[in-house]
Design a protein around this ligand. Structure first.
Ligand SMILES: Cc1cc2nc3c(=O)[nH]c(=O)nc-3n(C[C@H](O)[C@H](O)[C@H](O)COP(=O)(O)OP(=O)(O)OC[C@H]3O[C@@H](n4cnc5c(N)ncnc54)[C@H](O)[C@@H]3O)c2cc1C
Length: 214
């Protein structure tokens, strides 16, 4: 990823990275992002939303009536962020407490997606959330497609930042009788709950069973 003045990580710069594969892997693991933009009234707004990556493109989707989608469809500049939390870092001093994380910040100008690419993008969004779901579920009708706006953001200006490691305390603090260490954090899927109106005899798909297995 080419660096720009905006994507140069300044604080703890060695944790910053422009590695495209790292950026992609964080975007692919995260289930949603936060989209920051300036609305028509001139106010900054940050909205959580689902995303999906296809190659060098990030797709967002939603109702044409959505404030965010309406603004983005006009090509308003955005800043999109994604964060994966990996651990709480408990140091001996309050000052050195931290978190292990992997995060991405993207700057870009969205474009409205139409035609075949719109369907590809919606498939990417669906399968990014639940891999294998698109082929199993009913495909969108013409009116459902018209009731969905999709925008694409090129992944040309993005950075990753990663903290991954043990507690780092000041030398004089290591002798203190205070517990220190990592508390790992992860997203856990629980037992799937079949819908009350499930058609009798519908088998649980393998991709749903996968969640049960963890
Ligand atoms: C995990 C997650 C995934 C989502 N995925 C999508 C998606 O793929 N597509 C999509 O269109 N929407 C998604 N949403 C909903 C999205 O966050 C907005 O609520 C939605 O776009 C509605 O926009 P709006 O134009 O009605 O509201 P806006 O006019 O944008 O918002 C008006 C005001 O409502 C409040 N508000 C709006 N949304 C939220 C919120 N999420 N939390 C708290 N306050 C809020 C804020 O004060 C905001 O200023 C998702 C939300 C979450 C949490």
């Amino acid at each position: 990823m080419p660096g720009t003045e905006r994507t140069r990580v300044r604080r703890k710069a060695k944790r910053g990275s422009l590695d495209t594969e790292l950026i992609y892997s964080i975007l692919d693991e995260a289930l949603f992002c936060h989209v920051g933009f300036i609305d028509e009234g001139g106010y900054p707004v940050v909205i959580p939303t689902i995303h999906a990556r296809q190659g060098n493109t990030l797709y967002l989707h939603g109702s044409p009536a959505s404030h965010m989608l309406r603004t983005l469809a006009t090509g308003a500049e955005v800043c999109v962020t994604v964060t994966l939390l990996d651990a709480l870092v408990l140091a001996r001093s309050v000052f050195n407490h931290s978190m292990n994380y992997r995060s991405v910040v993207i700057f870009g100008t969205p474009r409205l997606v139409e035609g075949d690419e719109k369907l590809t993008a919606l498939q990417a969004v669906t399968d990014h959330t639940v891999p294998g779901r698109w082929d199993d579920a009913r495909q969108p009708s013409e009116s459902e497609l018209n009731a969905t706006t999709v925008v694409a953001i090129p992944l040309d200006e993005a950075s990753a930042k990663v903290r991954n490691g043990p507690v780092v305390d000041d030398d004089e603090d290591y002798s203190l009788p205070i517990w220190a260490g990592l508390i790992p954090v992860s997203t856990v899927y629980r037992e799937p709950v079949p819908d009350e109106r499930l058609h009798p005899g519908v088998a649980t798909p393998g991709y749903v069973e996968n969640y049960r297995r963890g």
